[in-house]
Design a protein around this ligand. Sequence first.
Ligand code: AGP
Length: 614
Amino acid sequence: MCGIVGYIGYRDAYPIIIKGLKRLEYRGYDSAGITLFDDSSTVVKTKGKVSDLEQTAASHDNKGKTLGMGHTRWATHGIPSDLNSHPHLSNSGKIAIVHNGIIENYAALKKMLSDNGFHFISDTDTEVLVNLIEFIKTSQNLKVGKAVQIALTQVVGAYAIAVIDADRPGEVVVAKLGSPLAIGIGKDEYFIASDASPFIEYTKRTIYLDDNEMAVISREQGFKMYSIINDKVITPIIQDIQLSLETIEKGGFDYFMLKEIHEQPHAINDTFRGRLLVDQRRINISGIEHNKEIFKNASRITIIACGTSWHAGLVAEYLFEDAARIPVEVEYASEFRYRNPVINKGDIVIAISQSGETADTLAAIKLAKENGAFVFGICNVVGSSIARAADGGAYTHAGPEIGVASTKAFTTQLTVIIMMGLRLGQLKGTIDNADFDRVAKQLAALPKLIESVLAYDKQIEKIAREYKDASNFLYLGRGYNFPAALEGALKLKEISYIHAEGYPAAEMKHGPIALIDKNMPVVVIATNKGHYEKIVSNVQEIKSRNAKIISIVTKGDESVKLLSDHVIEIPEVTEALVPILASVPLQLLSYHIAIMRGCNVDQPRNLAKSVTVE
Ligand code: AGP
């Protein structure tokens, strides 16, 4: 997720773009850049935040240029660096582009362009796109607007782009598919941005481009909108938006955490985009493909992580042993690093971390590598310390997770883990095609299924109101749902400060059941996969102790429903996917309880987003 800002009009573009980029830093902040045009273009870009860009740009003449665009990056292809920062220029230096999104088929396009004499200085998919535009423009002698339209018909992926061509310095071309793009319509001036926050103080008149729409914005001809698919002219719909700056940054949600809960369908889609190839019965994770033999010959896997990421590791344990028959152990990184573990050469150690900066996980990686293990990282931050320390890895494409409580990072970690389980099963020959296809198809359908669960928000808010004053909660689950129960409990305690404990449901009778009475709400993940009849009897056990029971069940369930005080139904999916779906209502339950208790869900007390100390 990146932020783009553009301007064409009569004002100095520089201050508008810089201030606009600062408002979009919640979308990504690992590097930033700007290009300004009058009769020639200057491009300034740097690793770091927009304030670093400002320092770098201070030595340039930024005044009097009334056309320009800028970018603040969240790296997906290519680590954060000056070279990988946007804007990117075409080989001739004439065409500049800023891009938010992912070009899935960039490798094939890059090869075609290389075969046609193009060269590349960055590792990004965006540099491929700007040179594709140049290739089409020059080889077919077209204006840049037409070249962009043709180029985008050859692109697979997601984009919100702004393109400026030095041959046509009075115009900017924009286009959108899958990533947001808003156009502010002023008097003799136009603003371009990933959301309206950079231009809301100048104009409220806004056009939100829809997918497969593009526009050419020029001083002479104003705003002209087209279909990318067939180049037909489109009549724009101008909205008069009445949103505060803060509301816009949070996407209209009250808190980043709620926004990120609702971003999960998009984040999961971005995470499996280009990797989950259902029709080809293929998983394409380069970090695995480049280390196929290591995974094929693995005698055991140790997973190291902390907090929510450790819960994701537990799901991986169930799945990898189930699908690939590889022995898996999951360890708290903070314990692993100090207990003198047995690590043998050729062991695989998987480190899971959203931030990629967790000190305990980093130290555990160092210990594993010193003992000859192959380390595979699953991180959300490209170029983070853990990503760089690992021998290979796979990024989640959740985009920046601002809320301290992990939500979309967890479900995108599980998305990567499910894909890995499928691929490892194929490599080991332990998963048949029917099972592969079933799980792959359901994974591909997950974004829509999550949307259907998010629709229960009001029902969940009502449940939250009934239990917001509880002092303790229990969260129960069996099998894959045990880690989901742990994660649900962590969500509640870290943002509402209510004590909550996750437990394997069958373990209740070994002590914790003594805690249960009418004041103890018990959340049970009791979906119909796995040992369903066992979980039903566990629910009966707690029911007979007068607990208040909140159940997450499979749509259409009748048995658990009869025993529960509240039921939240989720669509039926294979067992390995339940933790992703079941986590969504538990995230919402925790969010609403915390809000009702007056807690700051984005910055809970005592917590940090990234624990870079021991
Ligand atoms: C979870 O909501 C917390 N933010 C915390 O447990 C977090 O998962 C843990 O600190 C690990 O962080 P990491 O994934 O960035 O390594």
